[in-house]
Design a protein around this ligand. Structure first.
Ligand code: NOJ
Length: 538
């Protein structure tokens, strides 16, 4: 763009972040599981895509009950992913290419194989007893009615010491006690270990769950069904916000670090709850996932409402982040209804993601429109899928290997892949899309490039023009020097669109129009699933 503003760009705010599920990105040693050397090999691909940072799901030592979200040593790399030297090499090479590395930090719980828990459960008087949440049973059973997020009671009886320990997820994931000052101090040291090594920040797993009610009060039961409860005393407690503040202090001892909280609410998409953790001044985390786009229905008005709710909930100096998919939920392309025009819809969604105000996160494979993969019952590995099949078939379907090329196993591994590749791999893969000018991948690349060349898209204000009620969402992104208009047609029908104040603009990017042409914004005909981005003349 022509006139430039000199305000410094901040990588986590104005850049684009890519989420890697490491088991599934690239295998380098033929064991069928993705690893660090595989990620190193694909850094060039990420650079070319225009990525500024990668968030990698946990790679610490783990018995892998929950595929890494059950950590048994926060300072070790699990051998399945490689060695510490591999990690240091990744960090160094990524940094040289201007790519930042964000680790996934699991604060709420450890593995039951973590030495801390082994000690804590060894006796009632062990010095680490209070590092976890222990409670004696009440007459007749469990300490209270708290439920785990994966179903069943959140309490597990420990034969050896005759008390119950709490687990918000699986039995093998005991919850840490963040009310214990010694524990918080020790845990922050684990984080410091990585910060000192040079990692650029952390995604904070279920950060709003880390503190529980001091008095262990029962959660209110919903609809009279004990299994359904409002997690009033187990989530979003004041203490979690206080821990987040301490955590911010730690990060601020370094330069340019980021923290991104996963704010897991029920029902999902609670923007207000997510915003409570965000920085007011320096008193909170930098970014929070509120899940609102993920849970929006495919229509312009529903997205519009989620976006405005999210933006309106932010504290004054809070910065949003936007995400369409992650490793726990269905891939976005398969959430769009009717199974028709999915690639066109994915392009509209990408244009939205990459032009909204806030940091965009891309889930690996989203850029080539990877679908959920059918995983047969005997191949299911996700413990949730195993437990609930056939009611819920688990999360494996959104975690299958990256589809790099049409060759065997999509170029992901020379061995037997840990999860099956999608059957569409020969036709849907990076190599194929690199060679097709109009592919989804090239669409993502162009949008990211455009975002990087436009200060208004990176940091401008967001001013809605059409609220989606007739199927079109349109908004300005604006700085002093630049005004960009984004027009998105979420429907499969032709639409008319007009704005009064500005008569025309230059097409910067469009799924349907030629770039570098002028277009008039009066009674403009918008094609089905059109996404058009214009530089507007003053
Ligand atoms: C949220 C993570 O995204 C999910 O994969 C994991 O199972 C739970 N937290 C427990 O750590």
């Amino acid at each position: 763009m022509s006139k430039k503003n000199n305000e410094t760009l901040i990588w986590w705010k104005h850049g684009v972040i890519y989420h890697i599920y490491p088991r599934s990105f690239q295998d380098s040693n033929g064991d069928g599981i993705g690893d660090i050397r595989g990620i190193i090999r694909r850094l060039g691909y990420l650079k070319e895509l225009g990525i500024d940072g990668i968030w990698i799901s946990p790679m610490y030592q783990s018995p892998m009950i929950d595929f890494g979200y059950d950590v048994s040593d926060y300072r070790e790399i699990d051998p399945v992913f490689g060695t510490m030297d591999d990690f240091k090499e990744l960090l160094e090479k990524a940094h040289k290419m201007g790519i930042h590395i964000i680790l996934d930090m699991v604060l709420n719980h450890t593995s039951d194989q973590h030495p801390w828990f082994i000690e804590s459960s060894s006796s009632l008087i062990n010095p680490k007893r209070n590092w976890y949440i222990w409670h004696e049973g009440l007459t007749g059973g469990k300490p209270n009615n708290w439920k785990s997020a994966v179903g069943g009671s959140a309490w597990k009886f420990d034969e050896r010491t005759g008390e119950y320990y709490m687990h918000s997820f699986f039995d093998e994931q005991p919850d840490l006690n963040w009310r214990d000052p010694e524990l918080s101090e020790v845990f922050f040291e684990e984080m410091k270990f990585w910060l000192d090594m040079g990692v650029d920040g952390f995604r904070l797993d279920v950060i709003n769950l880390i503190a529980k009610d001091k008095k262990f009060r029962d959660n209110p039961v919903l609809l009279g069904i004990p299994a359904f409860q409002k997690h009033e005393f187990t989530r979003n407690r004041k203490r979690s916000v206080a821990v987040v503040k301490q955590l911010r202090e730690l990060l601020d001892r370094y330069e340019n670090k980021v923290s991104i909280g996963e704010i897991y609410t029920h029902p999902p998409g609670d923007a207000k709850a997510a915003a409570r953790y965000l920085a007011k001044g320096k008193n909170g985390i930098h970014l929070a996932f509120d899940f609102s786009l993920i849970f929006s229905r495919w229509n312009a008005h529903s997205y519009f409402k989620s976006i405005t709710k999210w933006y309106d909930s932010l504290p004054e100096d809070g910065w949003p982040c936007n995400v369409l998919s992650n490793h726990d939920l269905l891939r976005s392309i398969d959430r769009f209804p009717w199974r028709t025009n999915r690639e066109e819809k994915a392009k509209v969604a990408a244009a939205m993601l990459l032009t909204l105000r806030g940091t965009p996160f891309i889930y690996y494979g989203e850029e080539i429109g990877m679908h959920n993969t059918h995983v047969a019952k005997k191949q299911i590995l996700d413990p949730l899928g195993k437990r609930y099949w056939p009611l819920f078939t688990g999360r494996d379907k959104a975690r299958t290997p990256m589809q790099w090329n049409p060759e065997k196993n999509g170029g992901f591994t020379t061995g037997i892949p840990w999860l099956p590749l999608n059957r569409d791999t020969p036709a849907r893969n990076v190599r194929q899309q690199e060679g097709r000018q109009n592919s989804l991948l090239n669409h993502y690349r162009s949008l990211i490039k455009l975002r990087k060349s436009c200060e208004a898209l990176q940091r401008g204000s967001w001013l809605p023009v059409a609220n989606g009620q007739n199927g079109i969402m349109a908004y300005f992104r604006k700085t002093e020097n630049e005004r960009i208009l984004v027009i998105l047609n979420f429907t499969g029908r032709n639409k008319r669109f007009s704005i009064q104040e500005h008569t025309y603009g230059l097409v910067l990017y469009s799924t349907h129009r030629n770039p570098d042409e002028y277009t008039y914004f009066q009674n403009m005909q918008i094609s089905p699933f059109e996404a058009t981005i214009c530089l507007v003349s003053e």
